[in-house]
Design a protein around this ligand. Structure first.
Ligand code: SF4
Ligand code: SF4
Length: 210
């Protein structure tokens, strides 16, 4: 993974982003971060991250929205909650990272060829339409969108699964998919109604008049 560290400029900030994140339940304490680095120190994944948890907290707090949402680090978080447990300011870092992941997908700014966000979306799509996940199809769809050549390296595993009857050749699904579709539509409507209206978002991103 290529690590890019560069100077950040005022023009890259998205005013209101930090406030919007702090408005989410569980993320309220972000502003109390003292940049002590305990979260990065205890994080088992920080060694592999392009931005450490401490850096991510600083970026979000200072409204560097694009840098935070497009980082690989938010997808490498293993959700072990060590950082949250150890933070001396009771900041729920893991919950903040969850929120960043959701926003990265909503705004389509995640690293496009990176397996984890693509897998998350394919998993969601399959569960939503079929009511079940068929693992070999899920892996195939993910590889096709990220690194299709990797599929050839897995032929032995595929063959082994096939011989054990664990390699379905068509998508598995639940029986009453129409009921699932109705349920998902209801959830969608509830979510849309709960989202802030366009005017509210605009006010939020411009500092809400403060
Ligand atoms: S441990 Fe808490 S206070 Fe320290 S840098 Fe991380 S988020 Fe900030
Ligand atoms: S929850 Fe994520 S960021 Fe926090 S310590 Fe675990 S892997 Fe690192």
């Amino acid at each position: 993974m290529e690590i890019k560290q560069k100077i950040k400029y005022e023009a890259e900030r998205s005013p209101g982003f930090s406030e919007a994140i702090r408005g989410v339940t569980g993320c309220e304490q972000l502003q109390n971060c003292i940049q002590c680095g305990t979260c990065s120190g205890v994080c088992p994944m920080s060694l592999y991250m392009d931005r450490t948890p401490r850096q991510l907290m600083a970026l979000v707090r200072s409204d560097f929205k694009n840098a935070a949402l497009s980082s690989y680090a938010i997808w490498l978080c293993a959700e072990c909650y060590s950082c949250t447990t150890e933070c001396p300011r009771q900041i729920r870092i893991t919950d903040i990272l969850y929120e960043l992941k959701q926003r990265a997908i909503q705004e389509r700014v995640y690293p496009k060829k990176f397996t984890i966000p693509v897998l998350a979306q394919e998993f969601y799509k399959m569960t939503r339409t079929q009511g079940r996940v068929t693992e070999n199809f899920l892996a195939a769809f993910t590889f096709l969108k990220t690194n299709w050549k990797m599929m050839f390296g897995m032929w032995r595993l595929g063959l082994g699964l096939m011989m054990q009857g664990r390699f379905p050749l068509k998508l598995e699904s639940i029986k009453r998919k129409d009921e699932l579709a109705r349920m998902m539509k209801t959830v969608d409507n509830l979510t849309i109604n709960a989202l802030p209206k366009k005017k509210e978002i605009s006010a939020e991103m411009h500092g809400g008049g403060h």
